[in-house]
Ligand binder design. Structure first.
Ligand code: HEM
Length: 370
């Protein structure tokens, strides 16, 4: 599609698809013509792949100046310099999970590591009990769910589950925000509870988006890293340091981008690579396709863990550039470091790959350790 129809109208979905790096980059930077706010259209965000992040009114579904207000108060907390102080604690959390594999020679990387690690980390940052992570996961899954089949019944069932999850999560955070109004503690729920610039709904939305946005995405980055290193035969080289770990993580982000698709809506009639797009149209930018654009990446279909520069768009671009990108990178760096240091060998079993449908990742990844 990228070479034959780089900008294409999908008659079935009634949306525009954009595949080339240059166009994807342009749409994401140009927030005045391509808005993140779809509330005026009255769309049901659960019908599309962006459902996980657009269902709430938060920084991710707003434009300036609202966007600056909703993101500005937390931006600093996610800067790499600030997060660096958190490294020892992240190493400790990683080691605790790895300790659980001591008496075994195999485990499921997804279920036993890649799922619990990011949810534990974000729970700590928010200051909420990680023991409730099964509940957080249930809510997250309900909010990103797509109908099992296209029947009206399945769609209705999914909507009900989503509404329940949203209501329960909202009530959960409303109570916590109330309890933390006094402002003691430096967790993110307290930060939101004491933020004068946010109203109650915005505070709840903030807590919910943080819990949702960084979980399945980081789970998939970790899983895709082990998957790709195994598949490409570079696990040993990453382990020995012959291949730079940080660069290899960037290549995983490019090669198997956890978020493949981002949506915008046009605010006026626009021209994109020779196509006239009317105001109010949905534009899907395909980050995964852009990240394999031969005009930007040499041998884009090859996994080259030492690729540099690597200007992938896996974390988006422009004002909505992923708030949690430094955290996701830090988590991946620490997780791979600890896993490949503590085990002499870590071998993924790729004989039965079970991809997940909503994001680029796997349902399970059996690993043998020694
Ligand atoms: C935004 C990807 C991890 C929080 C985004 C966007 C992408 C993305 C593509 C842009 C969406 C858009 O333009 O509409 C990823 C990937 C991750 C990851 C691939 C892991 C590998 C995280 C983590 C957190 C997080 C760990 C938080 C703890 C957010 C937030 C936004 C965002 C709050 C909205 C930013 C804004 O609208 O200004 N992410 N993300 N993400 N991400 Fe991430």
């Amino acid at each position: 599609m990228r070479s034959e129809a780089p900008v294409h109208y999908d008659e079935h979905r009634k949306t525009w698809d954009v595949f080339r790096y240059e166009d994807v980059d342009h749409v994401l930077r140009n927030y005045e013509q391509f808005s993140a706010d779809r509330s005026d259209r009255g769309d049901d965000p659960s019908d599309d792949a962006g459902s996980d992040m657009t269902v709430l009114k938060t920084m991710i579904s707003t434009d300036p100046p609202e966007h600056e207000r909703l993101r500005g108060f937390v931006n600093e907390r996610f800067q790499p310099g600030i997060l660096r102080d958190y490294r020892p604690r992240l190493e400790e959390l990683t080691d605790e999970l790895i300790d659980g594999f001591e008496d075994t020679d195999r485990f499921d990387f997804v279920e036993e590591f890649a799922v619990p690690f990011p949810v534990t980390v974000i729970a700590e940052l928010l200051g909420i009990p990680a023991e409730r992570r099964d509940q957080f996961r249930e809510w997250s899954n309900a909010l990103i769910a797509r109908p099992d089949d296209p029947s009206e019944e399945a769609v209705q069932r999914m909507r009900r589950q989503r509404e329940t999850a949203q209501r329960e999560m909202g009530q959960y955070f409303a109570k916590l925000l109330e309890e933390r109004r006094a402002g003691e503690g430096d967790d993110l729920v307290t930060l939101a509870a004491t933020a004068d610039e946010l109203n109650q709904q915005e505070k709840i939305g903030f807590c919910m988006i943080l819990l949702l946005a960084g979980n399945i995405t980081t789970t998939n980055l970790l899983t895709n890293a082990i998957w790709s290193f195994e598949e490409q035969g570079v696990m040993d080289a990453v382990q020995s340091g012959d291949i730079d770990r940080k660069r290899a993580i960037e290549e995983v982000l490019r090669y198997r981008s956890p978020i493949q698709e981002i949506q915008r809506v046009t605010t006026e009639n626009v021209e994109l690579s020779g196509h006239e797009i009317e105001a109010g149209e949905i534009v899907n930018v395909w980050v995964g396709a852009a990240n394999r654009d031969p005009d930007v990446f040499d041998e884009p279909e090859a996994f080259r863990p030492e690729r540099s520069p690597n200007q992938h768009l896996a974390f988006g671009k422009g004002i909505h550039y992923c708030l949690g990108a430094p955290l996701a990178r830090l988590e991946a760096d620490i997780a791979l470091d600890r896993l490949l240091t503590r085990f002499d060998r870590l071998d993924g079993d790729l004989s039965e790959l079970r991809p997940i449908s909503s994001h680029y990742g796997l349902r399970s990844l059996p690993c043998r350790i020694a």
